[in-house]
Design a protein around this ligand. Structure first.
Ligand code: HMG
Ligand code: MG
Length: 298
């Protein structure tokens, strides 16, 4: 059955911007994060404590994380693939972090320079240290519906990695269709396999829209009871280690879908759409939120 309430995790400032080649001013990122909070987003992935050689756009992670105007009731999180990233994030007052693994060996190597098994070994001390600091950890699994290097990915592999992250202490597992290649039935079958190992209420859908299927895929998994959705304002984004991948599903389009289904999200769609128009104009990008474009034309 459909959930009555859905929590959106806004990943625009991180997933949305990480692939931008031209430097974006830290002040612009901070304004984006603040506007998203004002629109009602309660969970904002603000930065990524990764190597600036690998992802130059996230090099100002410290300035972003410590420069945030924190709104009550809003969680600002960051990616931390290793202890080095976690320690830096903790120094900046982070309250939630995320580790990111994959269901594909080849993608794991390209993205984080190690095998899936090695990645889990590296995450264990990150989880231990985070727990000690009272910081919650989210776990991502990439390539859940296909891999740019390996093609098909077995749902059993997705379930195995998800279960490992849960057992390690992640409070939520976000299932990433990194290259937006999935279709609704495939998404349902994958979810079915994963939800045998991880309770539905601990799962999130992180779908990219490369093939235009993200909203359809979300409808399919919402129907199965998924109640946490990752999205990016204006559909910003693309993954540096997945060529041709476009952004996450647009937050505006997700909110419109949820409103139509009578599912509560607590988000002010007009404010969100204004934010999408503003950021795309500011960084000179097309607005990939259909709902954002439609509302701006009204
Ligand atoms: P490595 O080269 O294996 O690690 O990188 P290393 O420990 O050998 O370090 C190499 C260099 O990186 C050293 O610097 C370290 O200091 C530095 P050097 O001595 O050469 O000057 N370094 C760091 N610097 C800053 N912060 C850190 C850090 N760690 C090491 N935390 C590493 C391993 C994971 C760090 C690297 O591969 C990396 O940064 N990868 C980037 C991965 C990334 O950000 N990908 C995009 C996000 S994932 C995604 O988008 C998918 C998702 O959205 C879900 C989905 O859609 O599926 C989440
Ligand atoms: Mg992503």
């Amino acid at each position: 059955a459909f959930p009555t309430q859905v929590r959106l995790v806004e990943v625009g400032p991180r997933d949305g911007l990480q692939n931008e080649a031209e430097p974006i001013a830290t002040a612009t990122k901070l304004e984006l994060i603040d506007r998203l909070g004002a629109a009602g987003l309660t969970h904002i992935e603000a930065a990524s404590f990764v190597s600036p050689k690998w992802v130059p756009q996230m090099a100002d992670h410290r300035e972003v994380m410590s420069g945030l105007k924190r709104r009550p009731g809003v969680v600002y999180s960051a990616l931390t693939p290793n202890l080095k990233g976690l320690e830096a994030a903790l120094e900046c007052g982070v309250e939630e972090v995320a580790v990111f693994g994959a269901a594909s060996e080849a993608f794991s190597r390209k993205n984080i320079n190690c095998s899936v098994a090695e990645s889990l070994e590296r995450f264990a001390p990150v989880l231990a240290r985070a727990q000690e600091a009272g910081v919650r950890v989210r776990g991502y699994v990439s390539c859940v519906l296909g891999c740019p290097y390996e093609g098909e990915i077995a749902p059993a592999k997705v379930a195995e990695v998800s279960k490992a992250l849960l057992e390690m202490g992640c409070y939520e597992i976000s299932l990433g269709d990194t290259i937006g290649i999935g279709t609704p039935l495939k998404a349902k079958r994958m979810l079915e396999a994963v939800s045998r190992e991880v309770p539905m209420e601990k799962l999130a859908a992180h779908f990219h829209d490369t093939y235009g299927q993200a909203i359809a895929n979300l409808y399919a998994v919402l129907e199965e009871g998924v109640a946490v959705i990752d999205s990016s304002v204006a559909g910003l984004g693309g993954c540096p280690y997945a060529k041709g991948a476009s952004g996450n599903v647009a937050s505006e389009d997700v909110v419109y879908l949820l409103n139509g289904l009578g599912i509560e999200s607590g988000i002010d769609l007009d404010k969100l759409a204004d934010t999408g128009s503003w950021i795309t104009q500011t960084i000179g990008r097309p607005n990939r939120a259909k709902v954002g474009v439609a509302l701006a034309a009204k």
